[in-house]
Ligand binder design. Structure first.
Ligand SMILES: CC(C)(COP(=O)(O)OP(=O)(O)OC[C@H]1O[C@@H](n2cnc3c(N)ncnc32)[C@H](O)[C@@H]1OP(=O)(O)O)[C@@H](O)C(=O)NCCC(=O)NCCS
Length: 239
Protein backbone atom coordinates (compact mmCIF):
# COMPACT_ATOMS: atom_id res chain seq x y z
CA UNK A 1 0.00 0.00 0.00
CA UNK A 2 1.27 3.52 -0.84
CA UNK A 3 -0.09 6.91 0.24
CA UNK A 4 1.24 10.25 -0.99
CA UNK A 5 0.84 12.99 1.61
CA UNK A 6 1.99 16.49 2.43
CA UNK A 7 0.19 16.65 5.79
CA UNK A 8 2.07 15.06 8.68
CA UNK A 9 5.45 13.38 8.94
CA UNK A 10 6.85 11.73 12.01
CA UNK A 11 10.58 12.39 12.28
CA UNK A 12 12.55 10.97 15.23
CA UNK A 13 9.30 10.45 17.09
CA UNK A 14 8.09 14.02 16.55
CA UNK A 15 5.13 15.06 14.36
CA UNK A 16 5.81 17.70 11.71
CA UNK A 17 2.54 19.16 10.41
CA UNK A 18 2.79 20.96 7.07
CA UNK A 19 6.45 21.61 7.82
CA UNK A 20 6.04 22.89 11.40
CA UNK A 21 6.88 20.88 14.51
CA UNK A 22 3.80 19.94 16.51
CA UNK A 23 5.58 20.95 19.74
CA UNK A 24 5.88 24.51 18.36
CA UNK A 25 2.22 24.55 17.27
CA UNK A 26 1.14 23.34 20.73
CA UNK A 27 3.03 26.19 22.35
CA UNK A 28 2.26 29.02 19.95
CA UNK A 29 -0.93 28.39 17.98
CA UNK A 30 -4.67 28.12 18.58
CA UNK A 31 -6.78 25.13 17.51
CA UNK A 32 -8.39 27.29 14.80
CA UNK A 33 -4.99 28.33 13.43
CA UNK A 34 -3.87 24.70 13.17
CA UNK A 35 -7.16 23.72 11.47
CA UNK A 36 -6.39 26.44 8.90
CA UNK A 37 -2.83 25.12 8.55
CA UNK A 38 -4.13 21.60 7.90
CA UNK A 39 -6.77 22.64 5.36
CA UNK A 40 -5.14 25.63 3.64
CA UNK A 41 -1.55 24.38 3.88
CA UNK A 42 -0.29 27.53 5.63
CA UNK A 43 -0.80 29.28 8.94
CA UNK A 44 -3.44 32.02 8.79
CA UNK A 45 -3.01 35.75 9.24
CA UNK A 46 -4.63 37.19 12.37
CA UNK A 47 -7.70 38.19 10.35
CA UNK A 48 -8.01 34.81 8.61
CA UNK A 49 -7.91 33.09 12.01
CA UNK A 50 -10.55 35.48 13.41
CA UNK A 51 -12.81 34.85 10.40
CA UNK A 52 -12.47 31.08 10.63
CA UNK A 53 -13.10 31.23 14.36
CA UNK A 54 -16.30 33.23 13.78
CA UNK A 55 -17.48 30.72 11.14
CA UNK A 56 -16.94 27.76 13.45
CA UNK A 57 -18.58 29.45 16.44
CA UNK A 58 -21.64 30.49 14.39
CA UNK A 59 -22.44 26.88 13.44
CA UNK A 60 -21.47 25.21 16.73
CA UNK A 61 -24.99 24.19 17.79
CA UNK A 62 -28.59 24.79 16.80
CA UNK A 63 -30.58 23.03 19.46
CA UNK A 64 -31.86 19.54 20.17
CA UNK A 65 -34.43 19.66 17.37
CA UNK A 66 -32.05 19.62 14.39
CA UNK A 67 -31.81 16.42 12.34
CA UNK A 68 -28.23 15.74 13.49
CA UNK A 69 -28.78 16.41 17.22
CA UNK A 70 -32.02 14.43 17.20
CA UNK A 71 -30.39 11.48 15.42
CA UNK A 72 -27.49 11.53 17.88
CA UNK A 73 -29.82 11.67 20.87
CA UNK A 74 -31.98 8.80 19.58
CA UNK A 75 -28.92 6.62 19.03
CA UNK A 76 -27.54 7.56 22.48
CA UNK A 77 -30.91 6.75 24.08
CA UNK A 78 -30.57 3.18 22.76
CA UNK A 79 -27.41 2.94 24.92
CA UNK A 80 -24.91 3.17 22.09
CA UNK A 81 -21.56 4.71 22.95
CA UNK A 82 -20.84 8.44 22.67
CA UNK A 83 -18.78 8.12 19.49
CA UNK A 84 -21.46 5.98 17.78
CA UNK A 85 -24.15 8.54 18.63
CA UNK A 86 -21.99 11.49 17.49
CA UNK A 87 -21.25 9.64 14.23
CA UNK A 88 -25.00 9.08 13.76
CA UNK A 89 -25.46 12.85 14.14
CA UNK A 90 -22.90 13.53 11.43
CA UNK A 91 -24.54 10.95 9.16
CA UNK A 92 -27.88 12.77 9.57
CA UNK A 93 -26.44 15.79 7.74
CA UNK A 94 -27.79 16.10 4.25
CA UNK A 95 -28.67 18.64 1.56
CA UNK A 96 -31.35 20.14 3.78
CA UNK A 97 -29.21 20.32 6.89
CA UNK A 98 -25.48 20.87 7.21
CA UNK A 99 -24.48 19.74 3.76
CA UNK A 100 -26.01 22.62 1.77
CA UNK A 101 -22.74 24.51 2.35
CA UNK A 102 -21.04 22.59 -0.49
CA UNK A 103 -23.86 23.18 -2.99
CA UNK A 104 -24.02 26.85 -1.98
CA UNK A 105 -20.28 27.33 -2.53
CA UNK A 106 -20.50 25.50 -5.88
CA UNK A 107 -23.41 27.73 -6.91
CA UNK A 108 -21.60 30.97 -5.97
CA UNK A 109 -18.30 29.94 -7.55
CA UNK A 110 -20.01 28.74 -10.75
CA UNK A 111 -22.14 31.86 -11.17
CA UNK A 112 -19.66 34.49 -10.08
CA UNK A 113 -19.48 35.99 -13.61
CA UNK A 114 -23.26 35.90 -14.12
CA UNK A 115 -24.48 39.17 -15.64
CA UNK A 116 -28.15 38.98 -14.67
CA UNK A 117 -28.79 37.48 -11.24
CA UNK A 118 -32.48 38.30 -11.67
CA UNK A 119 -32.77 36.16 -14.84
CA UNK A 120 -30.75 33.32 -13.28
CA UNK A 121 -32.90 33.17 -10.13
CA UNK A 122 -36.10 33.42 -12.20
CA UNK A 123 -34.97 30.57 -14.48
CA UNK A 124 -34.15 28.35 -11.50
CA UNK A 125 -37.52 29.12 -9.91
CA UNK A 126 -39.25 28.08 -13.16
CA UNK A 127 -37.23 24.87 -13.15
CA UNK A 128 -38.22 24.34 -9.47
CA UNK A 129 -34.56 24.24 -8.46
CA UNK A 130 -33.86 25.03 -4.80
CA UNK A 131 -30.80 27.19 -4.41
CA UNK A 132 -28.64 25.71 -1.63
CA UNK A 133 -27.96 28.12 1.21
CA UNK A 134 -31.39 29.79 1.27
CA UNK A 135 -34.47 29.08 3.34
CA UNK A 136 -34.94 27.69 6.82
CA UNK A 137 -37.48 25.34 8.38
CA UNK A 138 -38.17 27.65 11.35
CA UNK A 139 -36.37 30.98 10.77
CA UNK A 140 -37.56 33.94 8.69
CA UNK A 141 -34.13 35.49 9.03
CA UNK A 142 -30.97 33.66 9.99
CA UNK A 143 -29.13 35.91 12.43
CA UNK A 144 -26.06 33.69 12.23
CA UNK A 145 -25.68 34.48 8.52
CA UNK A 146 -26.25 38.21 9.11
CA UNK A 147 -23.66 38.27 11.90
CA UNK A 148 -21.11 36.34 9.82
CA UNK A 149 -21.42 38.75 6.88
CA UNK A 150 -20.94 41.65 9.32
CA UNK A 151 -17.73 40.07 10.65
CA UNK A 152 -16.60 39.31 7.07
CA UNK A 153 -17.05 43.00 6.17
CA UNK A 154 -15.06 44.08 9.21
CA UNK A 155 -12.20 41.65 8.54
CA UNK A 156 -12.03 42.14 4.74
CA UNK A 157 -13.53 38.83 3.63
CA UNK A 158 -16.76 40.24 2.23
CA UNK A 159 -15.79 39.90 -1.42
CA UNK A 160 -17.47 38.88 -4.69
CA UNK A 161 -18.99 35.59 -3.43
CA UNK A 162 -20.53 37.21 -0.33
CA UNK A 163 -21.85 40.03 -2.49
CA UNK A 164 -23.36 37.51 -4.91
CA UNK A 165 -24.93 35.60 -2.00
CA UNK A 166 -26.72 38.74 -0.85
CA UNK A 167 -27.83 39.67 -4.40
CA UNK A 168 -29.24 36.19 -5.00
CA UNK A 169 -31.09 36.41 -1.68
CA UNK A 170 -32.67 39.73 -2.64
CA UNK A 171 -33.83 38.45 -6.04
CA UNK A 172 -35.06 35.13 -4.64
CA UNK A 173 -37.17 36.85 -2.00
CA UNK A 174 -38.85 39.04 -4.62
CA UNK A 175 -40.40 35.96 -6.25
CA UNK A 176 -40.63 33.31 -3.51
CA UNK A 177 -43.88 32.24 -1.84
CA UNK A 178 -42.24 32.38 1.63
CA UNK A 179 -39.29 34.18 3.19
CA UNK A 180 -36.06 32.48 2.13
CA UNK A 181 -33.21 33.98 4.15
CA UNK A 182 -29.57 33.41 3.34
CA UNK A 183 -28.92 30.71 5.94
CA UNK A 184 -25.82 29.62 7.86
CA UNK A 185 -24.77 27.17 5.12
CA UNK A 186 -25.10 29.87 2.47
CA UNK A 187 -23.16 32.47 4.45
CA UNK A 188 -20.41 29.97 5.29
CA UNK A 189 -20.20 28.80 1.67
CA UNK A 190 -19.91 32.39 0.41
CA UNK A 191 -17.35 33.58 2.97
CA UNK A 192 -15.20 30.44 2.73
CA UNK A 193 -15.26 30.92 -1.07
CA UNK A 194 -14.07 34.49 -0.53
CA UNK A 195 -11.29 33.06 1.66
CA UNK A 196 -10.21 30.87 -1.27
CA UNK A 197 -11.51 27.44 -0.24
CA UNK A 198 -12.89 25.01 -2.86
CA UNK A 199 -16.47 23.62 -2.54
CA UNK A 200 -15.27 20.02 -1.98
CA UNK A 201 -13.90 20.90 1.46
CA UNK A 202 -16.92 22.91 2.66
CA UNK A 203 -18.83 20.09 4.40
CA UNK A 204 -15.69 19.50 6.44
CA UNK A 205 -16.02 22.98 7.91
CA UNK A 206 -19.64 22.35 8.91
CA UNK A 207 -18.67 19.06 10.55
CA UNK A 208 -15.74 20.72 12.36
CA UNK A 209 -18.08 23.42 13.64
CA UNK A 210 -20.96 21.16 14.70
CA UNK A 211 -19.12 18.24 16.35
CA UNK A 212 -18.71 20.11 19.70
CA UNK A 213 -22.47 20.79 19.67
CA UNK A 214 -23.19 17.14 18.87
CA UNK A 215 -20.90 15.93 21.66
CA UNK A 216 -22.75 18.22 24.09
CA UNK A 217 -26.19 17.06 22.87
CA UNK A 218 -25.26 13.37 22.99
CA UNK A 219 -23.47 13.65 26.34
CA UNK A 220 -26.50 15.35 27.89
CA UNK A 221 -28.71 12.51 26.62
CA UNK A 222 -26.32 9.91 28.07
CA UNK A 223 -25.95 11.78 31.39
CA UNK A 224 -29.70 12.33 31.91
CA UNK A 225 -30.43 8.78 30.72
CA UNK A 226 -34.16 9.34 30.44
CA UNK A 227 -34.70 6.02 28.66
CA UNK A 228 -35.25 5.01 25.08
CA UNK A 229 -36.53 7.79 22.82
CA UNK A 230 -39.43 6.40 20.83
CA UNK A 231 -42.08 7.90 18.59
CA UNK A 232 -45.41 7.99 20.47
CA UNK A 233 -47.89 5.48 19.01
CA UNK A 234 -50.54 8.22 18.64
CA UNK A 235 -48.17 10.11 16.31
CA UNK A 236 -47.76 7.13 14.01
CA UNK A 237 -50.43 7.22 11.37
CA UNK A 238 -51.22 3.75 10.03
CA UNK A 239 -52.71 3.83 6.54
C1 LIG B 1 -34.21 24.49 4.47
C2 LIG B 1 -35.46 24.04 3.72
C3 LIG B 1 -35.45 22.52 3.65
C4 LIG B 1 -36.67 24.53 4.49
O1 LIG B 1 -37.78 24.17 3.75
P1 LIG B 1 -39.26 24.67 4.11
O2 LIG B 1 -39.19 25.89 4.98
O3 LIG B 1 -40.00 23.50 4.64
O4 LIG B 1 -39.80 25.17 2.74
P2 LIG B 1 -40.81 24.43 1.78
O5 LIG B 1 -40.25 23.10 1.39
O6 LIG B 1 -42.16 24.46 2.41
O7 LIG B 1 -40.82 25.39 0.51
C5 LIG B 1 -41.57 26.59 0.46
C6 LIG B 1 -41.38 27.25 -0.88
O8 LIG B 1 -40.10 27.85 -0.95
C7 LIG B 1 -39.34 27.29 -2.02
N1 LIG B 1 -37.98 27.16 -1.55
C8 LIG B 1 -37.58 26.70 -0.33
N2 LIG B 1 -36.24 26.73 -0.26
C9 LIG B 1 -35.81 27.23 -1.44
C10 LIG B 1 -34.53 27.50 -1.96
N3 LIG B 1 -33.41 27.27 -1.24
N4 LIG B 1 -34.44 28.00 -3.21
C11 LIG B 1 -35.54 28.24 -3.94
N5 LIG B 1 -36.79 28.01 -3.50
C12 LIG B 1 -36.90 27.50 -2.27
C13 LIG B 1 -40.00 25.95 -2.31
O9 LIG B 1 -39.72 25.55 -3.63
C14 LIG B 1 -41.44 26.29 -2.08
O10 LIG B 1 -41.92 27.03 -3.21
P3 LIG B 1 -43.45 26.92 -3.72
O11 LIG B 1 -44.30 27.34 -2.55
O12 LIG B 1 -43.50 27.87 -4.87
O13 LIG B 1 -43.62 25.48 -4.08
C15 LIG B 1 -35.49 24.63 2.30
O14 LIG B 1 -35.56 26.03 2.35
C16 LIG B 1 -34.32 24.18 1.44
O15 LIG B 1 -34.37 23.09 0.84
N6 LIG B 1 -33.23 25.01 1.34
C17 LIG B 1 -32.08 24.66 0.58
C18 LIG B 1 -31.15 23.76 1.40
C19 LIG B 1 -30.47 24.50 2.52
O16 LIG B 1 -29.98 25.62 2.37
N7 LIG B 1 -30.39 23.85 3.69
C20 LIG B 1 -29.71 24.40 4.87
C21 LIG B 1 -30.70 24.85 5.90
S1 LIG B 1 -29.94 25.66 7.27
Amino acid sequence: MKIKTTITRIVNGEEIIRGTKLSKLVEKNSFVEVIYLLLKEKLPSKKEAQMLNALLVAAIDHGAGTASALAGRIVASAKSSLHTAVAAGILAMGERHGSAIEGAAEFFQKNIQEKSIRDLVKKLKEQKVRIPGYGHAILEKDLRAIQLLKVAKKLGFYKKHSELAEKVGQELNLISSKKLPLNIDGAMGAILSDMGFPPQIMKGFFILARVPGLVAQVYEQIKNDTGLLRMEEENIIYE
